[in-house]
Design a protein around this ligand. Sequence first.
Ligand code: AMP
Ligand code: ZN
Length: 106
Amino acid sequence: MSDCIFCKIIAKQIPSEFIYEDDKCVAFKDINPKAKTHLLLVPRKHIASVAHMDNEDLALMGHLIYTAKLLGEKNNLPHYNLQFNVGKGAGQEVFHVHMHLMSSAS
Ligand code: AMP
Ligand code: ZN
């Protein structure tokens, strides 16, 4: 998607430091953190939101959650919240599906 900011970050057209990446997803720090640790986990595939997921995306979304678990361990986070905002009314600003990993620990 040419007008999608997260597609541009993934394509390295906008500079951003990935703290994790693999063939299916990337993770980077939220530019406007709402917690001491605030990461975004973003699939490389452009899916507008959880509401736009298909059956074929189940493994991908499971991979995203499992990656959050690994990042939690890697960063020694004893606790954290995982959050999807789905739709404008719920506060979704970027319409490329992403999971917030937020923790009061760092
Ligand atoms: P949401 O409200 O769920 O759509 O979350 C979008 C998040 O993306 C917000 O928390 C923003 O602070 C964050 N964000 C927007 N642009 C960037 C960027 N260039 N780099 C890192 N985070 C960003
Ligand atoms: Zn996108």
